[in-house]
Design a protein. Structure first.
Lengths: 234, 234, 234, 234
């Protein structure tokens, strides 16, 4: 009997990928989730271009943090190298998600940070969700997906943000990426980003001069959920 | 055999909470409903951070009107003190709802009252749905959820409105709260607020100079449903 | 054995009412459909304020063209007199629908005619969908729902339109009404109005100077579906 | 036993038509798909005005590339001649779709090309999705649907585009048409067009000065999916 040492992350990645269509975050195959096992130094990721209805846990491809396929007959997601770069450099994350969700993508195309207009946003991060600029022509012509990972890291660095303070980003001209302690949390963050992006779009339509969330509320709402004295959840 | 004296409001609160995802008013756990029994001086409320699919009537936490937990092993909603304040001061309400529904929240973020543009709005209240200003830094830094209840009451008082004339409000920078004679009516009001907020957004997009609902129609539509000679319903 | 002479229109009205939530045209009970039998001089209409899930054919109330209840224990829709007036004056219609569908209502609140911007609109009527002005205070204070019927008829008359050329209207400050040869066609028209209203909203957002549908296309598309040489359908 | 030589394209056309309501691309019967067999010189197309729930493979009408019905008792889609013209002139296509999807139609009514604002668009075509101008009065008054096919071909020719570079178009005042190597791909293109149209609408709302997709990204994303060294999919 052959033991599959990756079954747990294949199941985690499968379940997380299947949440994307349920949450209305993907059309066809325009999205992918990965789940990592840091002790094994690998992650499981959706195969490229396979419809969600045809997925199963055993089809999740196992890839190491340099982007090399370790197990699996299918080609991994075309965005695999971006996932690999983030896992390699951010040692506390266990899941990464990329979608082309409609409102998040529209803000990425508009090349604007999603402004923190209210507590729905403030419950999840204290800062505006950054929009990284489109990559330079050199980065694009080179190892594109690999460079996308660096573009994300560079943007956070320039804003003075850690990947733990802000688990979401937009890549200009392109679409959102999110991450978290595991695949489930990363998917959760993708849904939050999409909702917050829709609310910000409508807020500006209703009042083009809408003010940002007050500093006192930014502090309060973030601490309710994430501070040392948090009292949200069980 | 142990008798549970709170079963009726746990079941009422459970059923009302389960309506929120069905009506499209919540993402994940971003909302909560409570149901009160005034003779017992308590209300049943959703536990904090528990997904709707994992809820059951016995998980509803029983809390008194000062916000103290009377029965239940789970932590009640982080918004519990806001509910408690409203029950304590408004003696005719039996249900309270808080959501982050998308259009209602966008108006709260825009910090504008939802204008009464038509009979859909006018069937439910004669006035614009007020947007309370964001709280002062002192209120936020203090007992935040408790003060949110007072912010709501103060806003109605400043507008000269009773909680029976207008069963809905926005809290600026934050999101909507609604109430009613029972939990079911409070949920109904949350859905009405969301629909009316969407219609108002579109009305201003289609005609930035759209007029308000005529006074004669405000009077007529409200009396059709709520006046002494009402003729809506059975 | 008691024969119910109205069973056929009760079943027609029931089935047509049940289409409203399926088509996304109503929230709660904010809409009603009636179906007439002209040989009997009566119509069957939804009872007032009864949720769609609790409806059944036998609950449809039978009313004559003067608005008097002929059969049924429930109170008919509060909009019954508007339906009665239209049946009484327009001898070829067999169904009437009133909804508060979101986009149609937003145009009614904006008090603008829905402009004929394309063939989706032009397949159903050659003209802009009229928005009748809000009624005078005298009409509102009088027999309101009865006068709503006359407001609709007067608006068509002022535009020089027959009820056969245009089976849809908006009542300013209020919401849409549609009609047709039977209840099914009237519901179809309500769904068309909502879709056309949404398309017109977006068209103006994408191009504030968007031109109207060309006269030659107005003529062509209407004749494809409705002219003596129509070739749409079986 | 009678052999039906067209069963395979009837089944293909049926399955593809049934995807339109599932993907939210049609209201009622406002859309149609055809599937061709080039060796037989015919295509199967939806019958005109038949609701999707009443369709079955054997109801698909078989038509030749001159628009003449070869098999079937029902009248084919009123847009059949447009399909025929495209099959006749574009020898590598196997499927054609016409819908009145909401965002695509709004851009057609606005008479604007859908601008390539991001990689979601760029994954499918390097160019803006063209909007052909409304036809001349002479073309409309003549053989309208036949001329619609030429209007589409002329528009691509004027832009210097082949039907393989861009498998989607808008017809001004009217709605989208798409095509592809088979019916399934043509439906896929219709869904992509609708999503891209919605994203472009929102992008311009969020930032009226949003820049186009960078040339380097246009090249990169198209080659990822379609170039000789493509690495998307299996």
């Amino acid at each position: 009997m052959i033991v599959n040492p990756y079954q747990h992350i294949q199941e985690e990645a499968y379940a997380a990928n299947m949440q994307l269509p349920e949450l209305g975050l993907v059309l066809f195959t325009f999205g992918n989730v990965s789940a990592a096992d840091r002790s094994l130094g690998v992650f499981a990721i959706k195969p490229s271009g396979v419809p969600y209805k045809d997925l199963s846990p055993d089809k999740m491809v196992i890839v190491d943090f340099d982007g090399k396929t370790v197990q699996g007959n299918l080609r991994p997601s075309s965005d695999t190298l971006t996932h690999a770069v983030l896992y390699k450099h951010w040692e506390k994350i266990g899941g990464v998600v990329h979608t082309h969700s409609v409102y998040g993508t529209a803000w990425a195309q508009a090349q604007r940070d999603i402004i923190n207009y209210g507590t729905t946003h403030g419950d999840h991060t204290t800062v505006d969700i950054p929009c990284a600029p489109p990559m330079s022509d050199e980065m694009i012509a080179g190892d594109y997906e690999y460079q996308t990972g660096f573009q994300i890291m560079n943007c956070l660095a320039e804003r003075g943000l850690s990947y733990e303070e802000c688990e979401m980003i937009l890549v200009g001209n392109h679409a959102p990426f999110t991450w978290g302690k595991n695949a489930d949390k990363a998917v959760y963050n993708s849904a939050v980003l999409e909702t917050v992006a829709k609310m910000a779009t409508l807020t500006e339509q209703i009042n083009p001069n809408a003010p940002r969330l007050k500093d006192a509320l930014i502090k309060k709402h973030y601490e309710r959920k994430h501070g040392p004295h948090s009292y949200y959840g069980q």
